[in-house]
Design a protein around this ligand. Sequence first.
Ligand code: GCB
Length: 594
Amino acid sequence: MLYPQQNDLRNTLDLSGFWDFRLDAGEVGEQEEWFNGLKASRIIAVPGSWNEQFQDTRDYLGVAWYARQFYAPKGWQGQSTWVRIGSANYVAKVWVNGIQVGEHLGGYLPFDLEVTRHLVWDRPNTIVMRVENKLQPTRVPPGNVPRGPFGAFMGRYPNTNFDFFPYAGLQRPVILYSVPPVRIQDVTVVTEIEGGDGIVRVAVARSGGEAEGRLCLAGEHAPGTCALKFVGDVADLAIRVPKARFWSPEDPYLYNLEIVLTQQGQAIDRYALEIGIRTIAVRRDALLLNGKPIFLKGFGKHEDFPVHGGGLDVPLIVKDYALLKWIGANSYRTSHYPYSDEAMMMADREGILIIDEIPAVGLSFEDGEENIRLRLEQCKQDIRELIARDKNHPSVIMWSVANEPMPADMMKRFLGGGAEAPSSSAGTTFFAKLFQLVRALDPTRLVTLAGVMGGPVEWLAMCDVVCVNRYWGWYTQSGQLDAGAAFLERELDGLHDALKKPIIITEFGADSIVGLHSDPPEMWTEEYQVEMLRRYLDVAQRKPFIAGLHVWNFADFKTPQSTSRSWLNRKGVFTRERQPKMAAYFLRERWGGK
Ligand code: GCB
């Protein structure tokens, strides 16, 4: 799952741009062979969600078809050609020149399909995709959950089991790429620190046949070129970098790693990566980056913007990282799904620490074993794909396997503030499996889940760092900031006594409507938002075991319609258009932003 790269031996062709698009509400497309090309179509932009590009597709969550033509460059003949779909939300089937080449389940993660045999070289090729995004209880994230805690009592439309708009379609680039027949199949980089030295462990997997290879690590005190020795199709190497320059938010220094495969001394494949030498660990109450305590300041975010919806928006990524720096943040969580490759690359370069989350938001355990099993399978697939995609990013320090999974008596516990004995055994088994899988796939990073108010403590006990989302003073103790803060303080002390681990408050915040003011502060005003954040920051400052604070949310974002949301979730400290609210200036002062 290497990100496609252009160099002298590999090629890429970005198929972003205008595609043909057609809704298929009656689901007749396959029968009528739309995979050969679309008639009566309209133009749509890829990447981008279909929901905001037209008025009639805003709430459409069914089947839709995408098609376009492309020439395969003749120079690619003899190579192996693939198509990489960055994200198709939620189910995709893909045809090239009328032949089905693959399908994929799950949004927000890329998949690669080999198309070499199906290409023509002397006329245009046609690529067609059928994408379907129905909200279903067995999907991750789930929707239309019978008796779901949200749909049932809040009446959301669309009926998601989560609090963001279920944007659909081809939301990230579709890239055609070619790689040599004998090639670098995968690269895994793990780093350690010994005294002032860095140890860079590299595993290179090759495929397609025999080849020798070399690796070049360039950067401060890096040793340069080393030979790769393959045993079977894998070459493992440990490189010592004396007096290495360690990657951190203050100094996000990246080394350049280049891997070359050779046959009779000739380069036949090449792949380059930017890597950071760093470690992440927990010791008693502290989160340690490169052996030193680090405090996370940042946000939960969303990929959300007018017109683009959840679609990749590169200027927005640049803008958001500039604002993270401006406000003095050093981290964020990819709530509630994996973000684009581009967002992760920027995090490496800008020195932003990432809690990388799979789309497991709104999980519940009340709808029978079969549904739970199907969601478990999807979560496992998401974990495998996410780790395969993001394992080499120094910015990624923690995997999050879920956001606010809900125990059976969720609403009672939520409103009562917890404390009762939990009825959570189905969830406990479920998460034990996910934690085990993550730790087996990547023992070098930390694992967590973001716990809901009143959620079971035994789920939090599985985490390396305890992450909790808290809204005392908003959803409960509404209008009573001091009562909320007092409750928070008691609860945090209790959690720490019970678990003896560092705690990050991964969500806290209040909605505010720009320009709405009151003194004394009332809910929905900018003052109330500031005062709520102030109280949480003050409580955290008194607790040495608090390892981080992630405000909910970085920016206002679109949600399904409901009585509890005024079109957007307005807990952003920036507006949806990225203008600062009072809360942004407050945080900037507290966090020492530039
Ligand atoms: C939460 C959820 C998040 C919501 C937020 C809110 O606990 O994790 O998805 O948007 O609360 O604003 O209610």
